[in-house]
Design a protein around this ligand. Sequence first.
Ligand code: GCW
Length: 673
Amino acid sequence: INGWLRYAALPSSVSWPSIPKHIVVLNTTKTSPVYTAGQELQRGIQSILGQGCHISNDKHEESIVVGTLDAYVAAYGKLNESVELKGDGYWLSTGSKTVILGQNERGALYGAFEYLSMLAQGHFSTVSYASSPDAPIRWVNQWDNLDGSIERGFGGASIFFANGTVVNDLTRVSEYARLLASVGINAVVVNNVNANATLLSPHNIDGLGRIADTMRPYGVQVGIALYFASPSSGVQGQANLTTFDPLDPSVVTWWSNVTEQIYERVPDMAGYLVKANSEGQPGPLTYNRTLAEGANLFAKALQPHGGIVMFRAFVYNQLNESDWKADRANAAVDFFKPLDGQFDDNVVVQIKYGPIDFQVREPASPLFANLYHTNTAIELQVSQEYLGQQTHLVYLPPLWDTILGFDMRVDNQTSLVHDIISGRTFDRPLGGYAAVVNVGTNQTWLGSHLSMANFYAYGRLAWNPAEDTTKIHEEWTRLTFGLDPQLVNTITNMALESWPAYENYSGNLGVQTLTDILYTHFGPNPQSQDNNGWGQWTRADHNTIGMDRTVSNGTGYAGTYPPEVAAIYENISTTPDNLLLWFHHVPYTQQLKSGKTVIQHFYDAHYSGAETAQTFATQWQTLASKIDTQRFNEQLCRLKYQAGHSLVWRDAICNFYHNVSGIADELNRVGNH
Ligand code: GCW
């Protein structure tokens, strides 16, 4: 339940210098994150080092002082160093006097968690540094329904809701806030983007207030997802209108009233998340209003209270596959590029990392490079919807890295995606990160112990996207399982092999994850990709496969990137192999840069990916004596399942394309023989 915050006692082999026994807390209000920081330091030092600490306000020579930078200067006078902190940042200086100072209150808590992480990993060298987050928005989204179920959640029922309302016992909510704060997350949207209007009843607004009260000591703000048609949905205790037209004055008043009520109960509410005109959801287009007019409706209601609107770019229509130029990947740019400059300043367009939907491999969404006058955030998914639903080990940060570190070459200049969303590239005031996490009541939070590395790493990368994803995993392993180098190396090695393996045994060369896309999004179902309106097509026939997204002969998608990038994707010879079938429709016999044909690569990759997956359980078994039995056995069970399921994947995909193409495997492994 504590995830990476176990604060395990250091092994006797580690020795450490003396750590101050006094903790000076510069704010003793119980709801203040500074107060929480003091409690957390006391708990952590007791648990990690077995040392009791005394919390007080008295000045001691040897102490740990925690508070805001301003409070420190007021009490102790100026620091010797000049310290520059951005919003939520902290200053950490360790030694016989340890100083942990936040730019604001939650910054102090982040610094305290960082200090405890050092201790828990046995790092005792003295440090003095400032650390500030790369972007102001570092949110998580929960797709929790009010009945307690979670859409695409694989870790049990909701910790927030049951039976149409907020649960009474919010202990798990407090534990979740603690985990979130420890990796620098500052807000959580608690309900599903496929939202329900009943959330806005006075009773449920009070429930949101209780959630916010529970999370406030951790500096985690609460946001909510809205159902666009709420004003005409007969919400109990609210006026009921006959319209939800965003330009209708009665609708404008309705939303400002409801927003007012929410802020009365939750004065620090973070804002709204809106999924509109997507997958059957109502929205402004229902009234021929633009998506910007829809977003600004909420922006104006929130503006007086300091809240922001996260407006999702995941808007697309059903398409007809007989149209060669139809392409769901074009939808976001088609809908949003013409609206650039029309969104209010407190609107942030939240963009899924790729143009389709959380696939195992996608190019970075071109929308990031098409909005110069609009705040943007990236949407990642910790919940492994298409990626094995936590029954498969898949460490996702290397995938996220391919997007965050991608250079869009806007105006032929370096323009990395993480610099665009931080607001640096286009000089925007807001921007950042959202991830669909979907933790549940399961004791492991996500349903799998090893999947928690994705959650941890998400927070670390949202704070600093340049951080090395291998190092993050090593750190997480030390905190979660222990300091033994063999343990750290083995689990990290498994993690690093996992995404390439999953890509190899699911969908290669940019064809997408070949899961069932109609219902479960789980397990192989390559035939489900085509002949439907969802637009996740592969266009596989007897001789050829792949989506032609070129400008010259296809859907034109390649041309939605800035010119230098567009030129790379327009041509087969410059398109990287791992995105070949994303951008081009080619014969199965097309030669890759590796020298193999497409079809032989399919066969080989599926065999090698499944082979790697066979080793995960055996690698894990070498750690039997180093991990407690419960976690060891629970994870072993999942890794064995993955080993078996990877073979199912391998055979399903290889046989499918063998049947479609009629081309034999050079190594004679596939088909009946
Ligand atoms: O990936 C798809 C999911 C839906 C989800 C939708 C979205 C919440 O299958 O379950 O709906 O995306 O992101 O809105």
